[in-house]
Design a protein around this ligand. Structure first.
Ligand code: ADP
Length: 253
């Protein structure tokens, strides 16, 4: 099994002086589905933005981040962005074309593919996320769940090796959340999901990483880490319902 992401002692301070990451280290192996959890302001978004070169603002030197063995640096930032597909928090930031088809085609069109290849990528991605028949719909006329799926199709159509999802289910109703979760389960890429939905992490993820104050404060098997009530409470989280029901020593709280 190869290492997809390796981060070693990553620090980051925003230009206004706010320190967001204080020495983050971890390894994610290819094919893992990792939940990234922690209270608001923990540094989750800041970390995710480092994984595809959106932060730091300027890369003069190699970063302590390796993607499939390659340290992110000034020479490979565009290649890294192609390998690490990010679905942002707000779908409205990602959907801006007149139709679903055009939105999903936007990324592949930047990749020097033939029209036929772009068409194939788009058709395949739309099929994978279950949006067939809605290709010509204007994105603003999709439901919340459909918008999320259109964003995901746009990311998948770029053929990334790693999929990063920032709060993918925040605005969905329970059915939308369930459907989106099932969809993520079918995608066999290395996945990192930042979320407050700890039940989703318990059900879906192979690993979890808890961060707080810009540091990793816990990591491992979600069923063990998320069931650790003291760890959860100390970092503004709570043991998910899913584990309260399924945990062998059930009645925590
Ligand atoms: P999370 O995604 O876990 O909620 P963030 O990565 O958004 O956390 O934030 C980490 C820290 O960085 C917080 O203290 C937050 O206030 C700060 N921060 C986030 N974005 C900016 C920014 N653009 N400028 C300055 N500080 C920021």
């Amino acid at each position: 099994m190869s290492v997809a992401i390796e981060v070693e002692d990553l620090h980051y301070r925003y230009p206004d002086g706010t320190v967001a990451l204080r020495g983050i280290s971890f390894i994610i192996e290819e094919g893992q589905c990792v939940g990234l959890v922690g209270p608001n302001g923990a540094g989750k978004s800041t970390l995710l933005q480092h994984l595809n070169g959106l932060l730091p603002e300027k890369v003069d030197d190699q970063l302590p981040i390796r993607i499939f063995g390659q340290a992110i640096g000034p020479d490979n930032i565009y290649e890294i962005r192609r390998q690490v597909g990010v679905m942002f928090q707000d779908p409205n930031d990602q959907l801006f074309c007149p139709t679903v088809f055009e939105d999903v085609a936007f990324g592949p069109r930047q990749q020097m593919l033939s029209d036929k290849q772009v068409d194939e990528r788009v058709t395949d991605a739309i099929q994978r996320v279950g949006l067939r028949g809605l290709e010509n719909r204007p994105p603003h006329r999709l439901s919340g769940g459909e918008k999320r799926r259109a964003c995901l199709a746009g990311v998948l159509a770029c053929d990334p090796r790693i999929l990063v999802l920032d709060e993918p289910t925040a605005d969905l109703d329970p059915r939308g959340r369930r459907e989106f979760k099932e969809l993520i389960r079918t995608i066999e890429l290395t996945r990192i999901i930042a979320t407050h939905d700890l039940d989703m992490v318990a059900e879906l993820c192979t690993h979890v990483m808890v961060i707080d104050g810009g540091r990793v404060v816990g990591a491992g098997d979600p069923r063990l880490v998320l069931a650790d009530e003291e760890l959860m409470l100390n970092h503004g989280l709570e043991v998910p319902h899913y584990l309260r029901h399924h945990h062998p020593h059930g009645d925590v709280g």
